[in-house]
Design a protein around this ligand. Sequence first.
Ligand code: PLP
Length: 443
Amino acid sequence: MTAADPGSFPPERLEAFWMPFTANRQFKAAPRLLARAEGMNYWTADGRRILDGVAGLWCVNAGHGRKEITAAVSRQIGEMDYAPPFQMGHPLAFELANEVVRIAPAGLDHVFFTNSGSESVDTALKIALAYHRVRGEGTRTRLIGRERGYHGVGFGGISVGGMVNNRKFFGSMLPGVDHLPHTHSLAHNAWSRGLPAWGAHLADELERLVALHDASNIAAVIVEPIAGSTGVLMPPQGYLQKLREICTKHGILLVFDEVITGFGRCGSPFASQEFGVVPDMITCAKGLTNGSVPMGAVLVQKGIYEAFMSGPSQAIEFFHGYTYSAHPVACAAGLAALGVYEREGLLTRAREMAPYWEQAVHSLKGLPGVIDLRNYGLIAGIELEPIAGKPTARAYDVFLRCFERGVLVRTTGDIIALSPPLIIERSHVDEIFGTLADVLAGH
Ligand SMILES: Cc1ncc(COP(=O)(O)O)c(C=O)c1O
């Protein structure tokens, strides 16, 4: 049986796989199976073309089926399928770290490899705690996230994250965590283009937490520069700068979770460069390998790495790592992906496309149910009025009807999130928004 042969895919063959973040029973009753992908498109198992409006899941930045990545991955599997990362190394790991550092904000010049965004977040939180301890400030144990934040699904990530359904089933999580208020306000910022004007003062809430706990007890603050999974929330103008200033003033590490904003999504390699705010650590994943092989990374400032490099030289400095940290196949994929991004100018292409994209996003204003439109780089959020008593139903219906018409969008709550591959052309933008306009208008 092949995935492209839906006729031979009886419903009972769908049972064993417990699908993540999915309404399993609904899906299995009417499955949407993808079978092939190339460039801007997927093809379903029954042969329909689907324009990818979300780069898979914010990760396929150079588009699907890139031959350079395929070749690098298959070459590497043939040459050396696996190498242990503890007390051993292989050249590609060092090369990829150098290449990531080359495009990263100045100062972030060491890289710890993981396998996912969630692992990157847990790793960054652990680095923050251990960093303060090795410097003799072991009382700095509190972690600060933000309401509506998404930092993956590890216990660290859900503790500092702020999406209720990702938290409420899972007990007490990490102790000693506080949350800044989220920055979303339709009353002040609806229909903003780019970064909204209102809300920088919300960063001052960090001062309130410092006053409550004392800075000597606070290790780190983690935020997404643009919050994606919670429904595309843009940072108010000046907000990230303020967070940076307050963290610096109090010796608190600032972590930017760039799992979705990394690798060109906003118009610069990282959102940090786009917004001119350099954090102490950046977490990333997804676009690192163009989504082709699971991999994540934490970029850290030189001073953080160096703080660990003390004590006897034969001692392990940081008791952390994964069997698949810097997996050779993932490293090969990462090097090939970064090569494609650089050769094709994809790390800054979102900046060129942004004006056309912005016009298209805001062309949806006035359509039934649309209560806000937001955009930055090649990101869009379309917020819909929830149907009374049926939250999420309106957006889910739009998702289904777009899929039926050959466009893949993503929804979270009653918000539609768009994040296409960065190779997108104007004709694709027209197709995505033309389809959305028809669906929203009920045609
Ligand atoms: C900001 C952010 N952090 C972390 C993650 C988790 O990444 P993963 O699903 O690879 O664990 C995501 C995933 O979408 C994300 O958007």
